[in-house]
Design a protein around this ligand. Structure first.
Ligand code: FE
Length: 292
């Protein structure tokens, strides 16, 4: 699903600036999968409604071959975006899907899912991202839901400056993304910018927003943002969006959303609003009631 736009209208007059640059933390999760946790727990309040962003990218099968065997989730959504590689997903509700090059899996854990995410390759490159998006309190115990979105089903467009924009969620320059969410209004764009290209995106002033550069380098205002860096964008009432300029051929994620402003209680793969709800999740999991 691809369209070419010409004469893209300039719509951002007071762009946001960078508040902080974040390098992320090297860690491993699942069965020894090496990854970089870009959005860590201390940033959850600042980047509400987003709870976590992991980036993984390696040519070494030892770094990913173990995958993520059966594990539970409750209370939020996971959005997995594969740049390269193949990962098979199976869950307790009987869903199964293959996530591959350029595709997205959007999973709403709701009241509970137990699933595995296992590489379906034993050589070659594995690269991608997993974003955790919170659910509002009223939806945390909703029925689980998931959708595999093949790469060809992700709406995309190219601007007159040659910037290709893949619209995973929300909308950009009139192109509606693959997924919409009312409570958190997530915007999830994958930007492919040629050297020197400029791209602008209107953003609601109250929405929390960040950019993660995964190849190349860009500038936000006067601030350079190098590869493997997350730029948290300032929230100021008079700012109407963001403008980025690529210093080299660059690929970056632009992610924004409406904060929920609700208490966050996290214990591993459970994200609820109170400790009582976390104890309940642990009890339900131990008793085999989490995903029934
Ligand atoms: Fe998972």
């Amino acid at each position: 699903m691809s369209t070419t736009l010409t004469n893209t209208v300039s719509t951002v007059s007071h762009p946001r600036e960078v508040e902080r640059l974040i390098a992320g933390q090297a860690t491993s999760d699942g069965d020894g999968v090496k990854l970089t946790r870009v959005l860590t727990q201390p940033l959850q309040r600042r980047l509400d409604p987003f709870l976590m962003l992991d980036a993984f990218g390696t040519d070494n099968p030892d770094d990913y071959i173990g995958g993520f065997p059966d594990h539970p989730h409750r209370g939020f959504e996971t959005v997995t975006y594969m740049i390269a590689g193949r990962m098979r997903h199976r869950d307790s509700a009987g869903h199964e899907g293959l996530l591959q090059n350029g595709g997205v899996q959007w999973m709403t854990a709701g009241r509970g899912v137990i699933h595995s995410e296992l590489p379906e390759q034993d050589e070659g490159r594995m690269e991608g991202f997993q974003l955790w998006l919170n659910l509002p309190a009223k939806d945390k115990m909703t029925a689980p839901w998931y959708r595999d979105i093949q790469s060809s089903d992700i709406p995309e467009f190219t601007t007159d400056e040659g910037v290709t924009v893949r619209v995973i969620a929300g909308s950009s320059h009139g192109v509606a993304g693959a997924v919409q969410r009312e409570a958190t209004q997530p915007l999830y764009l994958d930007l492919h910018l040629p050297e020197g290209a400029r791209f602008e995106q209107p953003l609601a002033a109250a929405h929390n927003a960040f950019i993660y550069v995964y190849r190349g380098e860009l500038r936000v205002g006067d601030t350079p943002v190098a590869a493997q860096r997350m730029a948290i964008l300032k929230n100021e009432a008079d700012r109407d969006g963001v403008v980025v300029t690529a210093k080299a051929a660059t690929r970056a994620l632009l992610i924004a959303g409406q904060p929920l402003r609700e208490p966050i209680a996290q214990y591993g793969p459970f994200v609820m609003n109170s400790n009582e709800e976390i104890f309940q999740a642990v009890e339900d999991f131990k008793a085999g009631r989490l995903a029934v």
